[in-house]
Design a protein around this ligand. Structure first.
Ligand SMILES: Cc1cc2nc3c(=O)[nH]c(=O)nc-3n(C[C@H](O)[C@H](O)[C@H](O)COP(=O)(O)OP(=O)(O)OC[C@H]3O[C@@H](n4cnc5c(N)ncnc54)[C@H](O)[C@@H]3O)c2cc1C
Length: 396
């Protein structure tokens, strides 16, 4: 017998990648959704994002593969290089064998393009309403319904509430507690550079990650190869207990030059392509097992933020979205659905959080640790590397 559809609307607090994907997945399951987003429009910063095959498995579910690929670049290789010696340590071709193993492409995108495809899918659905300039400040559960308060003094009533309000989640404070995100004092500077302003690269159509002592540098193409996304990350006394900081060009340039003074010429010549006036402090949180309470739950970075070293934070938010929608279609109540959803997700997301920390240690190794990393990784075949990544890239 077919399950009776749960009532709506589901209120989604936060219209980022996780929130919009959740809205689309729920709407496709026949549920009305109201997105409350604090910003005046749905938008993402103009920088790059990697979308490995597990993200595309989700896009396939949502019917968005073609739209996503229109503006993506697809790399030929994933490469890890030693930032001091300039040596290639391991190269994983994104070839027919890779595609045969994981079934979906590995794509590199502009964040704005990615969010726009999701936002457009929301706008095209008559089950999704979007209210921007609506910052959620609190909620109350009563009689099986949820009332959500926004900063402008409005109240919104729904059948359930999903907090996809990111790393600094307001909703998490109420559901889980006031623990702060943790940092290992790494900061990242980024850059977006037109392809014709880039010097010649050994691996141009590739995701290239350079690891060095307490630093890493990455570059990859995006927007069909017309731009490159660059990232320069380093352990720094400038790391702050907050997200984005405007440093001022002089301080940023000094930090970058001083801390990257040791790197090989292939990276050194890319440093002036980095935007030095802004930096992000990198955060994660300890994995948790419970992030749902009654008809209210968390999703994406609000539930399980991770370091960027595996390029998986947004992928986890996307996977959350389809998992949550599946649980909603299979349960008799939102409370039951949200419990099933957190149970289905917590080990996989914890594995990403904890493995990302480990990847960070590998990237940032120095001395004998770095020698050992290079010796072991350079002996690893592409087939072994794919096997190692299979739990992740095969998706849910
Ligand atoms: C340097 C770096 C590189 C990364 N690279 C990758 C990558 O290559 N691949 C990948 O998969 N992931 C990557 N990530 C992780 C990824 O960016 C995040 O995991 C992802 O953006 C999380 O999505 P989200 O929707 O959960 O949260 P967010 O993207 O933070 O969205 C939250 C939304 O909620 C809104 N909001 C916040 N508070 C409120 C409120 N109170 N009321 C209403 N709205 C609110 C915000 O304005 C925002 O729109 C990277 C992260 C970093 C820092």
């Amino acid at each position: 017998m077919q399950k009776k559809k749960l009532g709506g609307p589901v209120i989604v607090a936060g219209g980022g990648i996780g929130g919009t994907a959740t809205a689309v997945a729920l709407a496709q399951a026949g549920i009305e959704v109201l997105i409350l987003e604090q910003a005046s429009e749905l938008r993402e910063a103009g920088i790059g994002i990697q979308m490995p095959p597990n993200a595309f498995k989700v896009f396939d579910r949502l019917g968005l593969v073609v739209a996503m690929l229109k503006k993506a670049a697809c790399p030929d290789d994933l490469v890890f290089m030693d930032a001091l010696s300039g040596e290639q340590i391991i190269r994983i071709p994104v070839d027919d064998e890779f595609l045969a193993d994981f079934k979906y492409p590995y794509a590199l995108m502009h964040r704005g393009d990615l969010l726009e495809v999701l936002a457009q899918a929301c706008r095209e659905s008559d089950r999704i309403a979007i209210r921007t300039s609506s910052r959620v400040t609190g909620f109350r559960q009563e009689g099986g319904r949820v009332t959500v308060r926004t900063e402008d003094g409005a109240y919104h009533e729904g059948a359930a509430l999903v907090g996809s309000d990111g790393l600094w989640s307001t909703m998490r404070r109420e559901l889980v507690g006031a623990d702060r995100p943790r940092t290992e004092n790494y900061i990242i500077f980024r850059g977006v550079v037109p392809a014709d302003q880039m010097p010649e690269l050994e691996f141009a159509n590739a995701v290239v990650m350079w690891g060095g002592p307490e630093l890493n540098f990455s570059h990859y193409p995006m927007r069909s190869g017309s731009y490159f996304a660059l990232g320069a990350s380093v352990k720094s006394a400038l790391a702050l207990d907050q997200g984005v900081s405007n440093l001022g060009v002089a301080d940023g340039a000094r930090e970058l030059r001083e801390r990257f003074g040791v790197v090989c010429p292939a990276i050194a010549r890319l440093l002036d392509k980095i935007d030095v006036d802004r930096m992000w402090t990198l955060h994660d949180r300890e994995p948790i097992k419970h992030w749902s309470q009654g008809n209210v739950t968390l999703l994406g970075d609000a539930a399980h933020p991770t370091f960027n070293y595996m390029a998986q934070g947004a992928c986890m938010a996307l996977e959350d979205a389809v998992c949550l929608a599946d649980c909603v279609t299979q349960a008799d109540s939102y409370e039951q659905a949200f419990k099933a959803y957190q149970q289905a997700r917590y080990l996989r997301t914890a594995r990403v959080q904890l493995t990302s920390r480990m990847y960070g240690e590998l990237y940032h190794a120095k001395g004998v640790q770095a020698d050992l990393r290079n010796a072991l990784l350079s002996r690893t075949t592409a087939a072994q590397a794919r096997q190692h990544l299979s739990w992740l890239f095969s998706g849910i």
